[in-house]
Structures are given as structure tokens and as C-alpha cells.
Design a protein. Structure first.
Lengths: 247, 87
């Protein structure tokens, strides 16, 4: 692995055929590769998530990050677009699924694709990763501390998101869950419940909960960053995608 | 977590953004992950003018303690204004 890659901004067809912006990173090695759709967190299509997208390419996967807020504010800076999307109530689940489906289709159509596409999401994107994997055919899904998969939002908090655990029977691929023991949303009880549901359904999954980590422990630019958990978490991702996405 | 919890209100006034002053018509108030402040969650306010585009925004991210102090100071200041000056 020489970590050589190319990265660029492209347009893809998202939900409903809408043209949306996306960030594509590809390995420069010759040969075929697996692919990953990267779902950004609620703060948006930012530099840190683009860095994650490039990291997948450096490790031998084509990676595509759709700008989920593009419709709300085309051309705006990521934080301004996130502010508009928030004021409008966030990304509807149906639209998210359509955008991930569009991204997955784009990746599968790349000449060097091996036809296998995974998904990964962080924070709100963790829930959306699970949602996408229950809604379309994928080969591997990673949920990084996504809340509101099992539990409804706390009473009194007028969240628009709804639990999606009821879709678990339709989970189309193995699921890797990476969580922090100090996180409250999702807390260890919630992720344990999700694991039990998947066990009962016979859905392959593996969950890892890091003792000294809370929410957003992968975020290198935030105080929540926990190097030990993040480093091990990345290793778990390489191992997982290596089994299910690599050629 | 991403709380999604957002209060949106209509406002009248002006703010100074990256390209100078502009009128503001909307405000979003939420407690969630900040973009820049070094805290896990902050009280964030976006003063916006959607008619002028997404970039017409003045944003602040405050710790919960700072936000409470700000709210107290705003209330105190308004309450202290001479009679008849504040509608």
C-alpha cells in the first residue's frame, strides 16, 4: 500500500435524481477496489470528514462523501449549509437513503470497482448508516456512535428523528458498531439492546465499546478525541472492510 | 449526541458578517456540537437572513454557563433601560 490517491469534487444523482455535490477519493494503485459511502455528521460536509474520505482511499478503497445539505445551500460553506439544514429540520430519512443509494450506484459503476460497497457514518451519520444498510443492498456497514437507533429521543426533547431499530430485519449486510462507554446517546444499554435485536434476527454484527471514550471519539479536532479508542477503532474498520469489501 | 433541538424565531435587526452589515430576519438557537468552540456541546445561535443566502449568517457558540450569563445580561439591560425607551 503506497497511500497514493486522487480526490476531487463531483456531482452525483441523489434522491429523486437530484444533482448533488460529493467528494470522491480513489486509490491510484492499479487493480480493482471495494468502495465506501461516507456519511457526514450533523455539522456537515466539512474538511474533517473529507479527510476521513481521503483516508479510505489511502487504504485502498474508493470513497464518496455526498453533501447531504447541498440542496439547502449549494455552494455555501459547510457550517453555513449546516445552519440552513438545521433551520429546515434536518435531512429526511427518505432523502438520506436516496442520496446513499445514488452514491453507492456511482461507486459500483466505477471501472475499477469490485462491485462491493460499504457505508460508514459518524454521530447522526451512525444512525443514518444503519438506516441505509436496512434500506438498500450494501456489503458492510459501520455505525460510529449513532443515537436514536433503538431509543426514542428523551422526553421533552422535540427531536424529529425516529428510532429505526424496527427496520433491523431488513439489514442487508454485516454491521460494525463502534461506541464509547461514556456516551449517553447512544448509551451502553441502547447499543446492547441493538445487539440483542440483531442476535435474535440472526444478523451478523460486531460491536466494540471503548471504556475511556464518549461520543465523537474519532473526531481529531474536538476535545472528545480519544486516541486509543480511535486508533483501535480504525483498526477494527480496516479488519471489517477487509473481510467484506476488499477484492 | 446530535440533539437536533432547535428553536427558530423571527427577529428584526442587523448583524455584521463576513461581508459587512446586513439585516437579519431569523434566528436559530440550539444546544449541540459546536463547529469551532472547544467544548462537547455549546449553546449556538445563528442570526440569519435566508433571503440573502446561506452565507448571510452571524454565528456564536457559547458554553452553557456563558449563554446563561448572556441571557441574564440581556434581560438585565432591557429591564434597566429608561421607561419609554423599550417597547
Amino acid at each position: 500500500m503506497n497511500e497514493a490517491l486522487s480526490a476531487e469534487t463531483i456531482s452525483i444523482a441523489g434522491h429523486g435524481g437530484d444533482e448533488i455535490e460529493a467528494y470522491l477519493a480513489r486509490p491510484l494503485d492499479s487493480g480493482v477496489f471495494g468502495s465506501v459511502v461516507v456519511i457526514h455528521h450533523m455539522p456537515g460536509y466539512d474538511s474533517e470528514t473529507k479527510e476521513i474520505t481521503r483516508k479510505f482511499a489511502a487504504y485502498g478503497y474508493a470513497a464518496l462523501l455526498p453533501n447531504l445539505y447541498y440542496r439547502d445551500a449549494p455552494g455555501a460553506s459547510p457550517d453555513d449549509a449546516a445552519a440552513v439544514a438545521r433551520a429546515r429540520g434536518g435531512v429526511p430519512d427518505e432523502q438520506l437513503v436516496g442520496d446513499v443509494a445514488g452514491a453507492a450506484g456511482y461507486l459500483r459503476a466505477l471501472p475499477a470497482s469490485n462491485g462491493k460497497v460499504g457505508v460508514i457514518g459518524y454521530c447522526s451519520g451512525g444512525r443514518q448508516s444503519f438506516l441505509a444498510a436496512c434500506s438498500i443492498q450494501l456489503e458492510a456497514a459501520v455505525d460510529c456512535y449513532g443515537a436514536c437507533v433503538v431509543n426514542a429521543p428523551p422526553e421533552g426533547m422535540p427531536l424529529k428523528v425516529k428510532p429505526v431499530v424496527g427496520l433491523a430485519g431488513d439489514l442487508s449486510c454485516p454491521l460494525l458498531g463502534l461506541f464509547g462507554a461514556q456516551d449517553k446517546f447512544p448509551g451502553p444499554d441502547e447499543t446492547a439492546e441493538l445487539s440483542k435485536v440483531l442476535d435474535d434476527l440472526g444478523k451478523p454484527h460486531e460491536f466494540h465499546t471503548y471504556e475511556n471514550a464518549g461520543h465523537a471519539f474519532f473526531a481529531v479536532n474536538r476535545p472528545a478525541y480519544r486516541p486509543e479508542a480511535a486508533t483501535d477503532g480504525w483498526q477494527k474498520i480496516w479488519d471489517f472492510y477487509g473481510r467484506y469489501l476488499a477484492s | 449526541m446530535c440533539t437536533y433541538l432547535t428553536e427558530t424565531i423571527k427577529i428584526t435587526g442587523s448583524g455584521k458578517g463576513a461581508e459587512g452589515w446586513f439585516s437579519v430576519s431569523d434566528a436559530s438557537v440550539y444546544f449541540d456540537h459546536p463547529v469551532h468552540a472547544m467544548a462537547e456541546h455549546t449553546l449556538n445561535i445563528d442570526f440569519r437572513n435566508p433571503a440573502k443566502g446561506a452565507g448571510a449568517r452571524v454565528a456564536v457558540e457559547l458554553t452553557a454557563e456563558s449563554a446563561r450569563e448572556l441571557a441574564r445580561a440581556i434581560q438585565l439591560t432591557l429591564d434597566s433601560a429608561p421607561p419609554g425607551m423599550v417597547a
